[in-house]
Each structure stands twice: as structure tokens, then as C-alpha cells.
Design a protein around this ligand. Sequence first.
Ligand code: GLC
Ligand code: GLC
Length: 825
Amino acid sequence: MKFGYFDDSNREYVITTPRTPYPWINYLGTQGFFSLISNTAGGYSFYKDARLRRITRYRYNNVPIDMGGRYFYINDNGTIWNPGWSPVKTELDSYECRHGMGYTIIKGKKNDLSAEVTFFVPQDYDGEVQQVVLKNEGSNEKTFSLFSFAEWCLWDAQDDCTNFQRNFSTGRVEVKDSTIYHKTEYRDRRDHFAFYTVNDTIDGYDTDRDSFIGLYNGFHNPQAVEAGKANNSFADGWSPVASHYKKITLAPGETKTLVFILGYVEMPVDKKFEADGKTINKEKALAMIEQYNTPEKVAAGLAGLKAYWDKLLGILSVDTPDDKVNRMVNIWNQYQCMVTFNLSRSASYFESGIGRGMGFRDSNQDVLGFVHQIPDRARERIIDIASTQFPDGGCYHQYQPLTKKGNADIGGDFSDDPLWLILSVSAYIKETGDWSILDEMVPYDNDMSIAQPMLEHLKVSFYHIVNNLGPHGLPLAMRADWNDCVNLSCFSDTPGESFQTYTNPKFAAEGGYSKIAESVMVATLFTYTGPNYVSILKHLGKDDEAAKAQAEIDKMKKNIMDSAWDGNWFLRAYDANGEKMGSKECEEGQIFIEPQGFAIMSDIDADATKKTLAAIDERLNTKHGLVLNNPAFTKYYIQYGEISTYPGGYKENAGIFTHNNAWIICAAAYAGEGDQAFKYYSEIAPAFTEETSDLHKTEPYVYGQMIGGKDAGADIGQTGKNFGQGKNSWLTGTAAWNMVAISQYILGIAADFDGLRIDPSIPAAWDGLKAKREFRGATYDIKVSNPNHVCKGVKSVTVDGNAIEGNILPAFGDGKTHSVEVVMG
Ligand code: GLC
Ligand code: GLC
């Protein structure tokens, strides 16, 4: 069952009923000001940091689930409704929500009155613009009242939902003309305020929540709206809100357009106030309001936003025989990659924005998905991340975006972290050819006095693995590797301990974690990423160092075959007792997904590759994607940690963790199994799940972190319950990795150190594909034909009519368009 449809020409998903199986959301903003908006206008806004600079309030895990947002209420002679249906939930005569690239349009109609609201954050602007177009579509004059509504958050989102003894006494506002200013704590230590304004006169306002809503009412029946009139209330302590009230009369056919702006302003300390020392100096706010106070300016802002996305999405576009692939690659997957770039894992309907900063591993992997779109910002991001590394190559696991400092509460010792830096730096160089990033002086632990060139950071990353090996010559697992829930040094038997940050005191003497537990996943990640480091050294003429690094990679491959090959697949780990994890010898959790793909792509052993791909298909694949492990754990294994705490079929315990599905898609494509790769791709790609949105539940235009696996429900004797149900949509490394999988491995268009590599691994049934790719200052018009219907193999390549050797297109850098013909066979 579907709840809408894709409008590809407008790059929109059009939702046709407000009753989606979960709030289906969009993100507004690309630089500093961000908003989340659901298909009923629920959600919230923040500036840069979802925790430390939260502007509007949102209550997570609410009942009903999506309550609180920026709401417009209409009281039309006693019929009260919202253009987005919720929160009043009056049945509308028509409803539509269009989520587009950085904007959302919600349109509702009731009793011949239509209201269309366009929400967006313009480029270079710290505010959300909301344009409301009201139209009398009937034949009689209509008089009704309109109320806007936003609820201020008291800035620090964590504090906002805990420290009530203080919070209830701090709220402060100012009202001037049609603008409501939120200035809680502005008098003291904050140099920022927010405002909510409308470009017209108003008939009243409310700024105190209890006056507007009423203590015994809710968002669904605010007493001011029911009364049809505002109270002109003034918040003083308690809970500040912002609501404008306007009485409107429309002749038949007449339209009224109002532009609301929710803005954020930072002020220099000496200019915060007017001469009286207490009234906000509104100069900057008024200038901001001036920027979008007419429909014409709004139209120009929207056009600017569209141009921005045209540019970003114009860098890579494809035309394959499958519309769903085109829609994912050309629009939604790239869009989601930009959202994960901007938001990391901070704020979604599943991430409250208060728990985590930017992850070292997550943000490095995100780079892989967006580096072609905004290479400059990728460079900046990589440097920010690398600045939180320690001199020995270990890393802070997270940092806060506002301070860019490593998060000491979480600390380091996640065994995979350093390797992702090698991958992101390599991806950046491959895309741009900008080798100068390696010379950039980058601090350790944010301390510029011990800065070293980025190349040195790569070296310590590489050797951090080499210097931390266990008894089988495999990397120590430490607190966790990529899988946060494989905690081999934890042995936790006490509620409340964090599986990731708690390490059992029995390992204290050994430096905090087991010196026996080893991660095969990190071993294969090392043999997969290591060759990038070797290529970089060779390019720099450092042949001795390259040979030394290559020897370490070769040695690791040997150790993997000697100690981590289980006969049909690769082991997952050795636990702290020296026992195999992820072996046919285990009772549960006999095979795990994580090491397999990287092992295949490391060319460790051709026979092992074949057997592994077969085992994956047999043991892990389902119609909804590949489960993480099999069989699921049905009891708690103290030596494994969190992974065995989830009911089978969910999250890391045999859920379909879509992030690492991509590694297998890449690996199958790499191994020439284009059909197998595409099968796995289409099992999880959102556009392919659209038809079963009632089961899948999350948005059909973006990936989620997880899909319920085949073991879901087994614990309660209902095997298959929730199998196929999506969870945790939007902020996931799945976006970047599936972008890599489809564009680089399946469609086979991949930036490489020496040029643009074309090496498709597609379904044999395809006749070919076309693509347009901007790369290092030239445009490549690529046509691939597949006359013999193979999955993989390039027979010939011509560029502008001339045959070239091999399949790497040179970087022309001449600003011209080059036509490329590739024949497979
Ligand atoms: C989440 C985390 C990521 C981790 C993964 C597996 O996606 O953000 O860091 O690798 O879970 O546990
Ligand atoms: C991290 C991981 C998530 C995991 C959680 C466990 O947040 O990203 O996947 O389940 O830790 O606490």
C-alpha cells in the first residue's frame, strides 16, 4: 500500500494522506539553521547544534507520536482546522504534502477555504520562512481567524527537558509590531535571540503557553483558537510561545498571502541592547525580516534554493533502465547524503539531538556519499574530524559540532575509528585531485601546538591497527568496532552500564580492554582501506614506506586466511576467552555480515570469495534485505555484550542493518556478480519499498538504519512479526554507503586517484545505461552499452571518438564536455 507518489520532475515525494504509518519528514536548511518538518508540520528548529542551540521545543516519544511543531490554526465560524490536518485533526476536504529538496509544501482545504503553506530555509539565512496562501474557493464572502503557533525551547535541549525548577522561572519575551522576540537568558550570558514574525498587521498575539492553550487543553484544542481571539498574553517565567492572531475576510476567489519568519539572531556583546540597556537591539532582526517580507522575495528565495540543488544534483545524474534506480541516484539518495552531512546523527525523529555529537567513524563514512557534491566542505569536515585524533592514531569517538572538541565522556578506543579517516581522505583526493590536503597541518586532540600534516594522521591511523594486534595477529577489538554492540571487553552484569564505554575492571591491568579479543571485521577493513594509503605513498614517491605498509597488509591477509577463515565464510571475532565468534562451531550467531564484504573486496582468496557470496545468499539474505547475523541470539552472552540484548531480528541482533548491506552489494558487484548485487540493492532501496509502505512504515524516499529481520517476533512465538518494518530513518551511514554501492560499484562510475573509473557491474538483462558526471572541471557524457548482456567487464572505451587503453577516463580539467562510449563484454 502506498501513501503518496514520487513526482520526479519536481523532485518531490507527494503524500496524499496525513495518516502516514509514521511521521514522514523532511529537513530544511543546509548551513546553520535547520528544521525538521513532518507531513503534518510537526517538528522543530535549531541553529547548528541540535542540543546546545535548540530554538523550538519538541517532545519525543510523545502520544500521539508527532505532537508539537509550527502550526497554523484556522477558526472558520467554529470549524477549527489545520492545513496539515494535525493537531486538530478535523477531516479535511483535501490534503497534500510535498516534500522537496529543502522545502515542504502542505496544502489543506476545508469548506471552500484552502490554505497552502510553503516552509523552507533560504540559502545563507538563519531562519525558516513560512508562506501561507489562503484562498476563498467558494462563492460567498468568508471571514475567519488565523493563528500561528511555535513553542520556544529554552536553548539547551537537554536542560529544557530536565531542569524545570529553573526553567519555569526563566522564560522572557518581547513583542514589537508583528514580531514576537524570544529572549530567555539574553540579559545574562546569551548573545542570541529568536523571533517569529509576519509581514502584516495583526489583531493580537499570545506569548504565554497556558494563556494560549489553556492548562487543561492541548495542541488539538487551544483555548485561544476555540475562543476565536488572542489574549495578548505576555510570558514571564513559565513557558514562552509565539502565536500571531489575525482576522481575515476574503471575497469569493480572493487570495491572501502572508509570510511568517522564524529567525535566529546573534549579536555582538556591545550591541545587544538599545540605549535603555534592556530592550533588544533589533537592527539585525529587522534586516533579516526585510529580506523575506514579500511573496516576490519568497519566490526569489525558493528559486535560489532550487538553483542550489540543481547544481548539487547536476554533478552526477544517471539514466538506467530502472526508474527506481534513477530516482534514488538522481534525487533522494544524494539528498539524504547531504542531510547526513549536515546533521550527522544529531537530530531526527529517532535521534533526539541531545545524545550524540558527530561520530568519528560516522562522519568519515558520510563523506563518501557527498564528497562529489561539496568537496570544499568535505575537506573542512575531514580536517575537523582529524583534529580530534590522538597522536597515537586513536580517536575521540565523537565531538560536538558547536565546539568541535572531542567528547571526553565517551572517550576513545573504538578499534575501527582510525581506518575510516584513511577512507575519507582518499575519497576526497580521488574526487578532487587535491593532494594538498595531505600537507595541511592538523592538530591532535585539538591542540595546534602538536599539529602534524594530514599525511602523518593517515600514518598513525594505519599503524594504530598494526600496533594493536592480538594473539592471532588480528586487530584488537577494544571497546567495539564498527558494530557498537559487539562489546568484547565489557562483561556487563549491572543495569545502567554503557556497553560502549564501560570496560570490565578485570582488563584494567591490561590497559582497559582485553588483549585477547580480536576483530576480524577490523582486519578486513584494514586490508580494504590499507591499499589507499599505499597508493597515496606511492604517488608521493615514498616507495619504501609504501612497501612497508603493503607488507603489513599482506601479513594481515595471511593472518586472516590462517586464523579467521571458517571454511565457508569469515569469522566475526575472537572473544576475550579466545573463542571464535561467528563460526559454524557456535550455537548461535554462526555467521555475521560485517567482515565478509571487505574480505571479498580485499581480494584475499578467490575461492573464499565464491564460498562467502554463496553463504551470504543462503544464510543472510531475505526478501527484505540481508540480516546482520544468523541465527539470532536468543540469550544474553555476557562475553559479546549488547548485541545479544535485543530480541532477535532487531537492530544488531539479526536485524537487517542496511548500512552493512551496502558492503555486500559493493562486494558482489566487485566480484562480478551484478545480478546478485542488484538483487540485494533492490531489496532495501527505499523507492523499491514504496509499494509496501504499510509494512515498511518509514519514508519511502530515504533509507533507515534498520529493517526488522526474519527472526523478528521469534522470541514471542510469532516469527515474522515486524519482518520488513523499517526503523530509524534518515540519519544513517546507509545513505552514504548505498550511494557508493549503486553509483560506484553497480553503475560503476567511481572517482579514482588517476581519473574517473568506469566499471559497471549491472544486471545482465540491462542493455546499458547513460550517465552525466562532472569531475575535476570537465563533464563526462557517458554511454555504456551491454550488447552481450554480461554483468561485468569493459571491452572498449572511447573518449570523443578516440579509443583509450583501460577504463580510467583522464581528468581533462578543461571545462568541456567529453563524450564517452563504453562497451561491455
Ligand atoms: C549506528 C551508529 C554507528 C554504528 C552502527 C552499528 O548506526 O551510528 O556508529 O557503526 O550503529 O552499531
Ligand atoms: C550507539 C549505536 C547504536 C547502538 C547503541 C547502543 O548509539 O549507534 O547502533 O544500538 O549505541 O547503545
